[in-house]
Design a protein around this ligand. Sequence first.
Ligand SMILES: [Zn+2]
Length: 281
Amino acid sequence: MKQKVFFFRRGSPHAQGFRAGLARGVLVGALICLGGAAAMGQSTAEAKQTADKPKSVLLVTGQDYPGHKWKETAPALAKSLVEDARLRVTITEDPKSLAAVDLDRYDVIVLHFMNWEQPDPGPAARANLKRFVESGKGLMLVHFACGAFQEWPEFRKIAGRVWDPKLRPHDPFGAFKVDIVNTQHPITKGMQPFETTDELYTCLVGDRPIDVLATARSNVDGKDYPMAFAFACGAGRVFHSPLGHDVAAFQNPGVAELMRRGCAWAAGLDLTDGGVKPLAK
Ligand SMILES: [Zn+2]
């Protein structure tokens, strides 16, 4: 069965507007079509054949270091995530959306922002995000999201590792190999090592136990650094990857697969076949 998958883009300036946007159900985003041209939606019977129910993902972007083109990278990331037909991605360009009272309508929050030289989204967003994850939902962080919430000590707990501005930030942008170092974790089981061109982050700190899934060896100091890791946070699941400097980095097939699987895992979906779950014919 062919299917169209939508994702939505919202940019309301504050949580109130975000809720209003939800109420209006305004579709202002792009259309992603999987499986070619098709009628919209699916029948109830067909839906029942789908192994897992769709999961709603809120991709939070809209602020970053000026060198990060989030308007381009957020849709690129969303496109790779919805390769898993069970994932529905909504993009918000306002990090204050994290303060929305109905955040629980989502299954996974993807942090793809860094509040560069700006305040973070504030105490309501902090509390909401922490409660969201610890209550049993999923959280995913990509690239410079590790540098968000620098003034919030507890962010280190829910992010697992965070940016330490005192450390060397990353190798010079360039090519490197990502090795899969955990072949038993559902996210990386069966995945092969891959080459990518990106910033190899060397600046992450934190001490909570994590499952390191993939690493890369620095061309500068010869050390191995985590490129993907996962852990339980309260009843929730956190997947974190520092990969994803630009659009090409997100479009790299290995990175796209890693992100898609990581998001599906954070959503609590079954990944025994690698994660892509096309609708039954
Ligand atoms: Zn970068």
